[in-house]
Design a protein around this ligand. Structure first.
Ligand SMILES: [Zn+2]
Length: 256
């Protein structure tokens, strides 16, 4: 059987037997968690607590470090307990429970080390490491669905005892939109003509709106959500991609 480990992970193989070595159903979901304390490594590796996870992310010396306790093919025991009448529960979870399937069989769990509520936990190095790990998981396990009903928080399984997992009531401190947006970002593109890379969303916009004859080649690396092409400047705004007002700016400069 294949045993897959995240290449960047520090391996801390679980010392207890709290896992299923064979999954009953395909892995379709990532469940995000938060630990309620300081150093959780030993607790997750060694404790006989009828619970386990695949990954722990903690910030060490300003860097996000990923620990992995078992290969992703195994099913950890982080999501087996569920609450009844859970208003946040996705339909697929309800359907599996109705069929008597333990949700652990369909999920991969990531713990994030921190204390709730902490509004700044999911920024900086934690967010950076989290984005990379979630992306690697979705790319490595193609059956994982990249939407909000499959990239979920623990509270969506148990909204009573785990109401604040992975952060804030209803998981609202966890950056689900950022994570899912990154998972659905098209691949970036390299232009050998000018030796520059264009991010996936910019490249999709470039292709969809006329490509080379309209915009030309990229002539600068992206900076501050801006990238210049021979005939236009792309800008990434919260509401989407826009073209910069380059001619208006030029005239304003001339008229100064
Ligand atoms: Zn949890």
């Amino acid at each position: 059987m294949t045993e897959t480990w995240y290449p960047q992970a520090v391996r801390l193989p679980i010392a207890t037997k709290e896992y299923f070595k064979v999954r009953a159903v395909p892995t379709i979901s990532i469940v995000e968690h938060i630990t309620a304390g300081a150093d959780s490594r030993n607790w997750l590796q060694l404790a006989d607590n009828a619970s386990s996870v695949h990954f722990l992310i903690r910030v060490e010396n300003g860097k996000g470090v990923v620990y992995q306790f078992m290969p992703i093919e195994w099913a950890a025991w982080g999501n087996g307990r569920f609450s009844n009448n859970n208003p946040f529960m996705p339909d697929w979870v309800k359907a599996m429970i109705a069929q008597g399937i333990n949700i652990n069989h369909a999920t991969i769990s990531i713990e994030h080390e921190g204390v709730v509520p902490t509004a700044t936990l999911y920024t900086g190095p934690m967010l950076e490491a989290d984005l990379k790990l979630n992306k690697w998981l979705a790319d490595t396990v193609p059956t994982i669905k990249r939407d909000r009903t499959h990239i979920i928080g623990h509270y969506q399984i148990d909204h009573v005892d785990r109401a604040f997992c992975p952060g804030g009531p209803g998981g609202r401190l966890y950056p689900f939109d950022t994570i899912i947006g990154a998972l659905n970002m098209p691949a970036s593109h390299h232009f050998p003509e000018t030796n520059l890379d264009v991010a996936g969303d910019f490249y999709a916009f470039w292709q969809a709106n006329g490509g080379l004859s309209i915009f030309g080649y990229p002539i600068r690396a992206e900076a501050n959500n801006n990238q210049s092409f021979e005939r236009a400047r792309f800008e990434r705004h919260p509401e989407g991609i826009k073209l910069g007002l380059v001619e208006a700016e030029r005239l304003a400069l001339l008229n100064q």
